[in-house]
Design a protein around this ligand. Sequence first.
Ligand code: ADP
Length: 508
Amino acid sequence: MKRRILILFSTLFALAAIGLVIIQISQTQRSAKMSDNLFNISVNNAIDEVFSQLDQMKVEDYISEKERYRLLRYRRIDDMNERMQDIVRNNSELFYDEHRVQFGVSSQDSAFPNPRAHLTLTEEHILTQYNTMLNARNRMLSSVGTYSSGNANPFDINNIIDATKFNYPLLDSLIREELIINGVDINPYIGVLMADRDTLLYCSPDANPDDLRTTAFKYTFHPHGITPDGNLYVVLSFPSSPIILSSDTNLYTLISICMIILISALFIFSVRTISSQRKLDEMKTDFINNMTHEIKTPIATISLACEMLEDDTVTSDTATRRNFINIISNENRRMRILIETLLQSAKMSSKKFSLNPKQIDLNAIVQTCVNNSQLTVSSRQGTIETRLSPIEGTLFADDLHITNTIHNLIDNAIKYSEQAPHIVITTRSEAGFAILEISDNGIGIAKEDQKHIFEKFYRVSTGDVHNVKGFGIGLNYVSQVVTLHKGRISLASELGQGSTFTISLPLA
Ligand code: ADP
């Protein structure tokens, strides 16, 4: 995939993902708001129901036993209505003092006799009381059930005027019951607050009085239906956020967040795979180009040298002949190292690779490698300096791979220096390890490249300049050899200043 298409693809995906997240957030906010509203409505309904239950109880309570039986005996609904109007009038101190209400004559048990559009507020209220009484009567008719409040009777005539004597625990349990019926399964704190907003006539156990005083769930309450002046409030507060009510919403939000994370992870994974694929493609092309070049050049040089050697006039001069022979053997060595490294690297990746360790003389191997490279270094007007200290201990290692390793590092030191290379090779033993250091005055390696330098096929990007050929497998091979010997390799390098590769191999 082309780089530009990949960028376009990533941008579009990122935009789509951001869009999805925004939609999800606004959806979550909306449903949180909705569940908040639903919660408020449920609480309001529950409280309305409690108040109407209290009203019902109250009316039932005022209709004496005798009155109930008398009401039940009425055959005609109108007679019953009339009787109930009487009850309302006779108990005017409980309902209203003065009223001029003409109840409509209803043929059904309608709570709202017609017409009622021009009723005054007081009349409306009386009609509501009347309605409540009708309900009470219906209940009596259907079940002849009597309200048996016993001690919990909230409407005891003696307690009527004194609000403090109201049966608040009954109110408390009614509210809890109704909240559960309305789907609110959070246990609330309940209180009854005086209009001065300070005195709590009732406060459920563990409730925080300050929460109750400031709560938004506040309902005007007339304990005895007498005083419509809003003296008291029933107040509710909830210990946890109402949002937990909407467990469905939370579940869907959680699922969509997980999906977004999953999709993003998959996207990142695919982009990385695509870009590493691209990189591999580039590396493959580079590899083939370099390989062709690296093999073609020595072959061309060798065939040229051979042609020259065939010429008798050239071969008659010993020095010239030696020079051509040297060229052939150097190019041959270069190719051998190259092919050896390629083969070893391929072997290592196929996992069929095994070491053949034996006791080795590190300093002797270093010396051989230095001798082999001397010619190449001299051709660049460079030097190789050796500072070899005796190794105190026995080193078991595979001499072939150690030799290849040293060759690779020396070759790199020569290749990656723009000026005449000055290479210093140091050996010493330190804390049970044989230490080998190869330093150069080359181009150095930038910090960000140092992290990747031992990765297979990694080459420091030189832009469009391809003056130094290579495959990016040398250092990977070196680090694998060192690891297989249970050793360590490190690099200290500064751009433009040179590099030092340090290898530590454990001594027996
Ligand atoms: P290559 O075949 O490219 O030389 P290597 O694995 O040997 O592959 O090296 C990987 C990269 O590390 C090289 O492309 C080069 O950029 C960088 N490098 C290796 N050795 C040196 C060094 N001594 N000085 C500067 N850069 C180096």
